[in-house]
Design a protein around this ligand. Structure first.
Ligand code: EZ4
Ligand code: CO
Length: 402
């Protein structure tokens, strides 16, 4: 079997997605997600101009060799654009392998390690009463794990809270939105939010929260320590993780579990964090961290140190990523939780999928491959619409971490 075509499809059904479709001489094809929020066309070009031509004529079954060829062969290793492009190829090739073998992807990986995949949903509100209402809705829907984000008094905007009544969407069309941030106001407020959740709902649900890279290590240590009575499942991205050693400082002060890695693109980004057991959950995703082939490597390495997976699953990774991630989650022995934000209806129509959701639990389905397809005619009706992620500035105007 040979690869005869590789096409890049850019579409905006509610938000921008980049999809790679790899076609073989036997007519079997596979698809992979190549979406990098706010920098979509860089990956589309990397694939179209530099990777697709190299795939033609290759045996799609040589997944590991193609991965190594694209990684080592570029000479310029790692980086979000490169690794997202490699991931798209990798996931498309696993999809082809599954279709050829007539097996769902999770069976190729070694079979199911659990009956279903626990996912966490997002409860967000402008103030505590609204956030608690959203939390209650998730409890009613059967979610066992819920992330809570809330507006902070006297702060104009905050990560994770939608402006209108719709689903939270951080990217804004055409412009870079500037937000204001105060670590002091946030640190004074957020323990009250968790206290309110535990007072109202008790300890039966897993409680998660995303700090979104906003604190310094010592501030993160203080936050973790002050919220220990509320027994968080995790505090996510408490501080930027380029300096992996910085997490030692957080660990010295708190036993609140830590999840990091949604912006990581390779095993090297998390090597020290895992080896020194500075985190509890690794959030690297298929789409941004080299696909099934590389995420498997990261997860196996993490398992040596009792670090579990908690894959990033926002609406800005496509339903193709979600489908493939659920196969990975069903197999991976050291699974923790999977994020599930949901998708706009238009996106679900463009990407027909085999996965199911029932009361906070998901299953990838039994379709061969990863079970997600693309309706190209429908996709063509939604042209690319540039959008950017916001930036955050401190109250004096200093550019901060968004
Ligand atoms: O800000 O995916 O945990 N989820 C997150 C996301 C990220 C977006 C960036 O594109 O932090 O909402
Ligand atoms: Co996050």
């Amino acid at each position: 079997m040979k690869i005869v075509r590789a096409d890049v499809i850019v579409t905006c059904p509610g938000r921008n997605f980049v999809t790679l479709k790899v076609v073989t001489d036997e007519g079997v094809y596979g698809i992979g997600d190549a979406t990098l929020n706010g920098r979509e066309l860089a990956v589309a070009s990397y694939l179209r101009d530099h990777v697709c031509p190299l795939l033609i004529g290759r045996d799609p079954g040589r997944i590991e060799d193609i991965w190594q060829f694209l990684y080592k062969g570029a000479y310029w290793r790692r980086g979000p654009v490169t690794m997202t492009a490699i991931a798209a190829v990798d996931v498309a090739l696993w999809d082809i392998l599954g279709k050829v073998a007539n097996l769902p992807l999770y069976k190729l990986l070694g079979g199911a390690s659990r009956e279903s995949v626990m996912v966490y949903g997002h409860a967000t509100g402008r103030d505590i009463p609204e956030a608690l209402d959203r939390y209650a809705e998730h409890v009613e829907q059967g979610y066992q794990a819920i992330r809570i984000q809330c507006g902070v008094p006297n702060m104009r905007s905050v990560y994770g809270v939608s402006k209108g009544n719709g689903m939270y969407e951080p990217a804004t069309k055409g412009v870079v939105e500037e937000q204001t941030w105060s670590s002091e106001k946030y640190l004074d407020f957020v323990p009250k939010l968790f206290e309110a959740v535990r007072d109202k709902f008790g300890f039966d649900t897993h409680l998660l929260h995303d700090v979104h890279h906003r604190l310094t290590p010592i501030e993160a240590g203080r936050l973790g320590k002050s919220v220990e009575p509320y027994r968080l499942f995790w505090m996510e991205d408490p501080t930027p993780a380029e300096n992996q050693g910085g997490f030692r400082l957080i660990r010295q002060h708190t036993v609140t579990p830590i999840a990091v890695g949604e912006v990581f693109n390779s095993i090297w980004d998390c090597k020290q964090l895992i080896e020194e057991q500075l985190i509890d959950y690794i959030r690297a995703t298929l789409t941004h961290a080299g696909g099934i082939t590389h995420l498997k490597r990261i997860a196996d390495f993490a398992s040596l140190y009792q670090v579990r997976t908690g894959c990033h699953g926002p609406s800005d990774l496509s339903p193709v990523c979600m489908g493939a991630a659920l196969h990975f989650d069903l197999w991976v022995p050291n699974f923790g939780v999977q994020e599930y934000m949901g998708f706009p209806k238009e996106a679900l129509d463009v990407f027909p999928h085999a996965w199911t959701f029932e009361r906070g639990l998901m299953h990838p389905g039994e379709a061969p491959g990863h079970g997600v397809d693309i309706d190209e005619e429908l996709a063509a009706r939604y042209p690319y619409d540039p959008a950017y992620l916001p930036v955050a500035r401190l109250e004096d105007g200093t550019l901060w971490n968004w």
